[in-house]
Design a protein around this ligand. Structure first.
Ligand SMILES: Nc1ncnc2c1ncn2[C@@H]1O[C@H](COP(=O)(O)OP(=O)(O)O)[C@@H](O)[C@H]1O
Ligand SMILES: [Mg+2]
Length: 304
């Protein structure tokens, strides 16, 4: 008998629409292949939905705050039903770009130089601090978003205005801008699944470059790297997955500049639409969308 799968999608993060898309695509593929599927929001009806539907497994298709950062995972642990992707602590660490970068550094994984800024500091001091520690342009980003939401490349002139836009965050990150190529790596359990290079036509791989097909970001697979460099980036991604304690599938985002790989972040709930990067990497390795979803479901457990 095929499993009953409850798919969690939507939520209240800024990546709600992407999550709904991930949820729908996974549901469609599973239904087509004989699974019983129910889609649920992570809201007050979740418990009732679980009681009525009695799923064998919960597929977490949420992205961003409350879905990717340990909150929902804490709730899922209490239902005692196997759920997918990373558990409470790794999810919360990976979602916090400051903590995860500190762990990368501790484990000798190269990541762009950075510091964090909270709004009790004056912007004037901020420019001084940047000039002392980094050089312009810099990248300003929230610590806990995804999909490039509120990520900006700044020079000295527009820093002030950009930082003001991010006022609602408790803390933001100022990171050294790394030029060069953009490469992302997928890990599946203990397996190095593969890599893909993104060539955005826009200024960088921002929200539009990620999700608007009219923005025409070029996807390059296989990535043009020497055997040695390819193996190096795969090993870094696997190491990041392990040191954070991730489970299931992750995607690590890198910049490749002057022969060095800089890890920007590791994603514990990578997008799973048919056009997303992890499914594309899997497909290239001979694992079609259904097989990828089935692997994720099989890997699910009650205690992550
Ligand atoms: N330090 C950096 N140097 C150059 N580009 C960057 C840097 N940080 C972020 N970017 C660009 O912004 C995109 C999103 O940044 P990332 O840190 O991965 O945050 P998100 O969680 O929103 O995906 C990256 O894929 C890259 O194109
Ligand atoms: Mg990213």
């Amino acid at each position: 008998m095929k499993k009953k799968v409850l798919i969690l999608s939507g939520g209240i993060s800024k990546e709600r629409l992407i999550s709904l898309d991930t949820g729908l695509q996974v549901a469609k593929e599973l239904k087509k292949n004989g699974y019983k599927v129910k889609i649920s929001e992570p809201d007050n009806n979740l418990e009732k939905n679980i009681k009525n539907f009695k799923p064998n497994v919960i597929f977490n298709a949420l992205h961003g705050q409350f879905g990717e950062d340990g909150y929902i995972q804490t709730i899922l642990e209490q239902f005692n039903i196997p759920y997918t992707h990373s558990g409470v602590i790794p999810s919360s660490i990976a979602m916090d770009k400051e903590i995860s970068k500190k762990i990368f550094i501790k484990n000798k994984i190269k990541t762009p130089k950075f510091f964090t800024f909270s709004f009790d500091m004056r912007v004037l001091n901020l420019i001084k601090k940047i000039e002392k520690k980094l050089s312009f342009p810099v990248v300003v980003k929230p610590l806990n978003e995804g999909s490039s939401v509120n990520v900006y490349i700044c020079d000295k002139k527009n820093l002030n205005n950009i930082v003001k836009k991010l006022r609602n965050y408790k803390k933001i990150m100022i990171e050294e801008f790394i030029g060069g190529r953009e490469i992302q790596v997928a890990i599946m359990g203990k397996t190095k699944l593969g890599a893909i290079e993104l060539k955005p036509k826009r200024k960088f791989y921002d929200y539009k470059a990620k999700y608007n097909s009219s923005a025409k970001t070029e996807h390059i697979i296989p990535v043009n790297l020497s055997k040695k460099k390819f193996s190096q980036i795969m090993n870094i991604a696997l190491k990041a997955h392990k040191v954070i304690g991730c489970k299931g599938v992750t995607r690590s985002d890198f910049k490749y500049y002057q022969g060095k790989f800089f890890l920007l972040e590791i994603n514990t709930q990578p997008g799973m639409t048919k056009l997303s990067l992890v499914p594309e990497i899997a497909e290239h390795k001979g694992i079609n969308f259904l097989k990828l979803i089935e692997w994720i479901l099989k890997d699910a457990s009650t205690k992550r």
